[in-house]
Design a protein around this ligand. Sequence first.
Ligand code: ACO
Length: 430
Amino acid sequence: MNLADEQAKLTLNGNDHDYPVLQGSVGPDVIDIRKLYGQTGAFTFDPGYKSTASCESALTYIDGNEGVLLHRGYPIGQLAEHSSFMEVAYLLLNGELPSGDELADFDNTITRHTMLHDQLRQFYQGFRRDAHPMAIMCGVVGALSAFYHDSTDISDPEHRTISSHRLIAKMPTIAAMAYKYSIGQPMMQPDNSLSYTGNFLRMTFGVPAEPYEVHPAIEKAMDRIFILHADHEQNASTSTVRLAGSSGANPFACTAAGIACLWGPAHGGANEAALNMLQEIGSPDRIPHYIERAKDKNDPFRLMGFGHRVYKNYDPRATVMQKTLREVFDALNVNDPVFETALRLEELALNDDYFKEKKLFPNVDFYSGIILSSIGFPTTMFTALFALARTVGWVAQWNEMISDPGQVIGRPRQLYTGPTQRDYVPVDKR
Ligand code: ACO
């Protein structure tokens, strides 16, 4: 980071204070207020972190006004078009695109880590059959630290690398097993002859009694969906992983925390909610009613898959997602009327003053549910797939944080509005 020429001036209680202004390689300047409390005794107030840079990072850059998303400098559109999920994972973890040999080595390492400790399978039996896959994912991923002690010394870079590889590699197995458990089919073991994504598809949709052939177009589409979800700067679940990790917790526990946060409908759970909403709308003629509901301040209903904290323009991932959707429909020869409803809803919302003024555009979740559903995933699996892909970003961000020698525990303060000190009153006197 660089120091800007100018300083930020703050006047408080008649005293002037200067604060350095930091500049990243691109993006808004950042006022460095680390000394603010020590110098003034005051805190800043920013619930939701709308104006707060919580860390320094070199992984992902978003320009929300322009609809730009870069991983290590590479635009998401180019990565989605030309790269693979394994390549993007390598890029996020290591900072540079791999050479052919590096990619083959990385792919091989991840492939060799896809099996789960056999005892872990028994964990699934403890869940009800109708448990949400995200509930299972939180539990099983958190439990990984009980099975892989040999990679939980976070001060050792090699341990950090091994645990990162383990998490990326085992997530498809864990997610597929959660699905198999819910439908009562035998769990499938990984097949190392397949790609990361092909292997996941086989573990999810294959059965031991029959050979399973991976559909190349679906494999490509799924891989692209994973790329689109790999990382997204300091979003809620990534910030959760960083905060959990800042105390020195092991990466398996931190990832379980990330999964819990991702589950919420305002975050990863939105793709499930978006498809449910589109199905509820049912046909294009009912759209105006739902748009009116979304605009009504007295109605809690929101257009799911619309709006974003950072993007005040079209989410670049939604553009790729819409294209991928058409490819999947062509490959599977399907024509889901929900897609027509989605396209019409997008068109009407984008021409509506409310959505225009508030700069609400479709986000990544708007179309992803329709694709995943046409591939055969039940809605409850959508967020589990998001978690699978985002694990790459979580571990890359966690590694970046732990590798920083200046890393400290995350510990926000508060604006206290409760009672001031008062004396305890015995129960018979209340
Ligand atoms: N439908 C209707 N109105 C909306 C929507 C929506 N989807 N999103 C935001 N608004 C309105 C709010 O009511 C608010 O109006 P107001 O200023 O009159 O009070 C204004 O737009 C700003 O909204 P905030 O909630 O303050 O914006 P914030 O940045 O905090 O929220 C969020 C972003 C949570 C994504 C929001 O747009 C939303 O709830 N969207 C629907 C859920 C969704 O799709 N989430 C997925 C996000 S992408 C991801 O996590 C992968």
